[in-house]
Design a protein around this ligand. Structure first.
Ligand SMILES: Cc1cc2nc3c(=O)[nH]c(=O)nc-3n(C[C@H](O)[C@H](O)[C@H](O)COP(=O)(O)O)c2cc1C
Length: 347
């Protein structure tokens, strides 16, 4: 099939790529008891790389014990954690693909069951509503971070990114979306702070902006990507408050700081009602690398690329369900839909 999606190309920040297909970060919960990567996890990513996925974004990997909120997810802050990823990284790269570690702090989407007994931390001291499906309990009551604690948060990401590079990852993706820690600061409904990390658009963006500043200075534009989800599915359609103003400020600011790799997510919403609108609104002020998607068809993906809205297209569930996702795309074969049975194993 002759399509832009499937053509190899050379990108300024990611180098030589087999095509424009990206595997979205997907939490799977198969880490070992020490929160390390296993041979099975390595084989799962390697299968996708060998089939031709150009860029793999790993499942969310926790940057600090206090940032966990899920069962059996990998962590990355010790040499042992770093070592455990080496095989996965080496095998994916040997197959000619790139692999970025998604770095994740859950903030208040957590419970002391997952943080070693610590209160979760957040922008706020109000707990998230609903039941945490990970332990069938209500979410923990968070402790609002003090402004003087932000350097500790930045250090968690720096330490974790250092470990990622020790393991050989091509880069890191900072998870700033889906209602987790950094996203909790973006949102007036969760962030009622009166200090420099709350209130105005500038203040609500400050945590993310300061973190990017530190990471850009330390690692450079080819090593750091961020994922944001300004418009998404979250128990219904959800958008950042002051969406246009927030995007205008945040995107310009991270551009000034030298960020060049941006992944816009909508979780599992309809792409065209959410991320598709966001990329159209920011494209003129973000001439750099832009990724997005959510279960797009090949035709839709090609159209987003041809029209210049996206530079690469992300898929989650279809790549989870189809280890031969790229082969099927080349052959024009339909992808299988993800089932709960598929989710329960590392296909
Ligand atoms: C099982 C599963 C786990 C996920 N875990 C993460 C995650 O760890 N980090 C993240 O940014 N998004 C996560 N997502 C969201 C996906 O990356 C993706 O944005 C979403 O599934 C929409 O894309 P799709 O329609 O192609 O699946 C997850 C999605 C699924 C289905």
């Amino acid at each position: 099939m002759n399509s832009k999606l499937l053509m190899p190309f050379s990108s300024p920040y990611l180098g030589q790529l087999k095509n424009s297909i990206v595997m979205s970060a997907m939490t799977r919960g198969f880490a070992d008891a020490n929160h390390c990567c296993t041979d099975e996890i390595a084989a799962y990513y390697t299968r996708r790389a060998k089939d031709g996925v150009a860029l793999i974004l790993t499942e969310g990997i926790i940057v600090d014990p206090g940032g966990d909120g899920y069962c059996n997810v990998p962590h990355l802050y010790t040499d042992q954690h770093a070592k455990s990823w080496e095989q996965a990284v080496k095998q994916v790269q040997a197959a000619g693909s790139k692999i970025f570690a998604q770095l994740w702090h859950c903030g208040r989407i957590s419970h002391s069951d997952f943080t070693g007994g610590l209160d979760p931390v957040s922008s706020t001291d109000k707990e998230a509503s609903g039941i945490n499906r990970q332990n069938d309990k209500t979410f923990g009551v968070p402790r609002a971070l003090g402004a003087d604690e932000m350097p500790d948060i930045y250090q968690m990401y720096v330490n974790s990114a250092d470990k990622a590079f020790q393991a050989g990852f091509d880069g890191v993706e900072i998870h700033m979306g889906h209602g987790y820690l950094i996203d909790q600061f973006f949102d007036t409904r969760i962030n009622e702070r009166t200090d420099i990390y709350g209130g105005s658009v500038e203040n609500r963006c400050r945590l993310g902006v300061e973190l990017i500043d530190i990471l850009m200075r330390r690692y450079g534009p080819d090593k750091v990507m961020i994922r944001i989800s300004p418009s998404r599915e979250m128990g219904g359609l959800y958008e950042w408050p002051d969406l246009d103003e927030m995007l205008g400020y945040f995107i310009q600011k991270v551009d000034e700081l030298g960020l060049r790799l941006l992944d816009v997510s909508c979780a599992n919403a309809d792409y065209f009602q959410t991320s598709g609108k966001v990329v159209r609104s920011i494209r003129s002020i973000w001439p750099h690398y832009l990724m997005g998607g959510a279960s797009l068809s090949i035709e839709e993906a090609n159209q987003e690329l041809e029209e210049g809205w996206l530079d690469m297209v992300t898929w989650g569930r279809h790549i989870l369900a189809n280890p031969d996702f790229v082969t099927r795309a080349r052959m024009g074969q339909e992808w299988l839909s993800m089932t709960n049975e598929m989710r329960a194993v590392l296909l």
